[in-house]
Ligand binder design. Sequence first.
Ligand SMILES: *Cc1c(COP(=O)(O)O)cnc(C)c1O
Length: 399
Amino acid sequence: MTSALFPTFARADLAFERGEGIRLFTPEGEEYLDFASGIAVNSLGHSHPHLVEALTEQAKRLWHVSNIYEIPEQSKLGERLAAATFADVAFFTNSGAEALEAAIKTARRYHFANGQPERYRLITFEGAFHGRTLATIAAGGQAKYLEGFGPKVDGFDQVPFGDLDAVKAAIGPETAGILIEPLQGEGGVRVVPNAFMRALRDLCDEHGLLLILDEVQSGVGRTGKLFAYEQSGIEPDIMAIAKGIGGGFPVGACLATNEAAKGMVHGTHGTTFGGNPLAMAVGNAVLDIVLAPGFLEHVRDAGLRFKQGLARIQDTFPGVVDEIRGEGLLLGIKCKVPNKDLIEALRDQHLLCVGAGDNVIRLIPPLIIETPDIDLALQRIEDACAAVAGAQATVEAGQ
Ligand SMILES: *Cc1c(COP(=O)(O)O)cnc(C)c1O
């Protein structure tokens, strides 16, 4: 089939017309459980009444004004994020990659402001994913994303995941900071141990480096904490967020302490769309719900029930499931079969999920999921595993 789109995506032959809660519906009215959430974006599911109202009310009043004016909704969201996190200030963007770009620029300008412009390099980790701009593919360091796009943007030194000695060895006179996802999503739902996060914080303090977190995927309640870093008891200096904060509207932000952001003075950075009234109305509406009493507890309870159910499925199908990974409602199955086989079997069961590196599938339902739907999903996952195991047995018998 010819198409007027870049063929950059491997698209499933599936389109949706409508969404409600954790469910998506095709034009033919077929129903799917959405455990992909637009890749951890639809944090409150589809058509959440509070988000619909926030967006439509704002749309009737004012869509867009430039950042050359005050945007009260933006100030409000900045203040609320600052109050709820380590940060003092925010810069709003339209995407995760732009939030990372702002974070990288903020880190470099910090050392510039300190009279050390030679300190511009960031240490990053194998398996990382930070976006698809020229600088963020360099930060992520994955060959498949870098190939053919000219010289790799300079300033990123990658070390193996979880290797503290390699981090120490990589620190030099040009190092500005360390950039890490507390939980690698794209890289295969790999959780960074709390002790490792604390060791990175100590190294940063010792060497005058900035600790920069990428919580574009792990943030905004996804792991059962507002941000995954809270689990380790440390605080970063700079953090990029996006995905879940917009609930489906494109919003990102670079959060920072006043100290870390001190180089980002008037004129150093900008955006046309970032932080516009529509985006900010939705971001504030998402926070209304995620910060409401009991919400994060609900995510933790739901995540625990789901993970325990997945562990039972692992016991039943050891030939299909290698390992269950993740925190809260950012869970992964490391597969013993090719992960695409399980993704297809799940799609046959009308359950949508996302692949990840390391032969993992990501299960990232909307955070509002309730117990009956977790149990329904577990049943479908079990049926999909049975189908895959059956196909495997047939192949082996035929050999
Ligand atoms: C998705 C993602 C990004 C990039 O976000 P975009 O909105 O696609 O630019 C960056 N970092 C992490 C950890 C992500 O999951």
